[in-house]
Design a protein around this ligand. Structure first.
Ligand SMILES: CCCCCCCCCCCC/C=C/CC(=O)SCCNC(=O)CCNC(=O)[C@H](O)C(C)(C)COP(=O)(O)OP(=O)(O)OC[C@H]1O[C@@H](n2cnc3c(N)ncnc32)[C@H](O)[C@@H]1OP(=O)(O)O
Length: 302
């Protein structure tokens, strides 16, 4: 099985990043995220970036409708956006949010894990690992403004941020619900949750596949702040000020000190983790469970 799949190669072949965005932002100057100083939005088909270099941050909006499921292409575009902002000295922070009403992210794209071949599963999982590692270890301050329901892999993405603001809407539950699908949250999903909410809460949440509504998410420490829905972005911006006031090198080194041991666990056994995933997801019983789950999602509509 070819494990040495290169996401950068994929990136080059699939995307032309940093084209002016299609859709709402095309052809006009969007107000910048914080200052409205005429800086142009940029991005890729599934990720809209609203930069505010004067204020030192950008708002990164996920827009992979209908549910921001993390397909291979979407993961790749998120990585490119992150890399672009990280390599520009004007930016010290990102606010990650969604452009899909009512949905932050439905998590990993089940279509990438269902009915495909082992090479594809390996390529996909490597991209999932890469996205987590890059967000988790980013030297930028990353704050998530969670403006919708947020399941499994989407929740992992938010947990990888430095701070989480959640919109106060009882429908916007979030958690690692893998067991409800008959699958398992890998050890680095688990570690990220444990680091956020502690061992006991994580154990219960993972075994039961709990999705926490806002008040409970706040109570267990899965999010740091719950605010009225129309204030999620402004609350994230206000919070940012506190993080950006800290000397950058001191904050970055402290972040690395706190997070490196967790990331190193995966880095040390990345290929083995990919092989475990491929073996696990290729099982007939797991494929059947995913098909049944997808079918249930579709039947919900009828
Ligand atoms: C001992 C062995 C050890 C081995 C260790 C190995 C460990 C590896 C294990 C593997 C780990 C894999 C980890 C996976 C993590 C994940 O992220 S799995 C995904 C979990 N996500 C969910 O459960 C959310 C599912 N979606 C929903 O609940 C709802 O869609 C929603 C609440 C998000 C939104 O609801 P609504 O607005 O009503 O939209 P829908 O009509 O439900 O959906 C619209 C459309 O999107 C499709 N869809 C939804 N979610 C996904 C998804 N995650 N992936 C792909 N597609 C999705 C849905 O089917 C609809 O499609 P159609 O319009 O009907 O075609």
């Amino acid at each position: 099985m070819a494990l040495a799949v290169g996401i950068r190669g994929l990136t080059r072949s699939l995307l032309r990043p940093w084209v002016r965005v299609p859709g709402p932002a095309r052809g006009r100057t969007e107000p910048a995220a914080g200052g409205g100083d005429g800086v142009r939005c940029f991005g890729s088909p599934r990720v809209l970036v609203e930069p505010d270099p004067a204020a030192g941050f950008a708002v990164m909006k996920m827009r992979n409708p209908p549910v921001n499921s993390l397909s291979l292409e979407f993961l790749t575009e998120l990585l490119i956006s992150l890399e672009k902002l990280e390599s520009d000295k004007a930016f010290h922070a990102i606010i990650l949010t969604s452009d899909c009403p009512g949905i932050f992210s439905a998590g990993l794209d089940l279509m990438e894990m269902c009915g495909r071949d082992p090479t594809h599963y390996a390529e996909y999982w490597k991209a999932v690992q890469e996205l987590w590692l890059r967000f988790y270890l980013s030297h930028l301050v990353v704050i998530s403004a969670i403006n919708g329901v947020n399941a499994a892999g989407g929740c992992l993405l938010a947990l990888s941020c430095d701070y989480r603001v959640l919109a106060d809407n009882p429908k916007y539950a979030m958690g690692l619900n893998e067991t409800l699908l008959g699958i398992i949250a890998p050890f680095w999903f688990k570690d990220t949750l444990v680091n956020t909410v502690g061992h006991r809460t994580a154990e219960r949440a993972l075994q039961l596949g709990l999705l926490f509504p806002p008040a409970e998410a706040l109570q267990v420490g899965m999010v740091d702040k719950v605010v009225p829905e129309d204030q999620v972005l402004s609350a994230a911006r206000s919070e940012l000020a506190q993080w950006l006031a800290i000397p950058g090198h001191a904050r970055q080194l402290t972040k690395s000190l706190m997070r490196k041991p967790t990331a190193d666990r995966l880095l040390k056994e990345r290929d083995a983790d990919i092989q475990n995933f491929v073996r696990f997801i290729s099982r007939d019983a797991i494929q059947k469970a995913l098909r049944v789950y997808l079918e249930k999602l579709k039947q919900k509509k009828t």
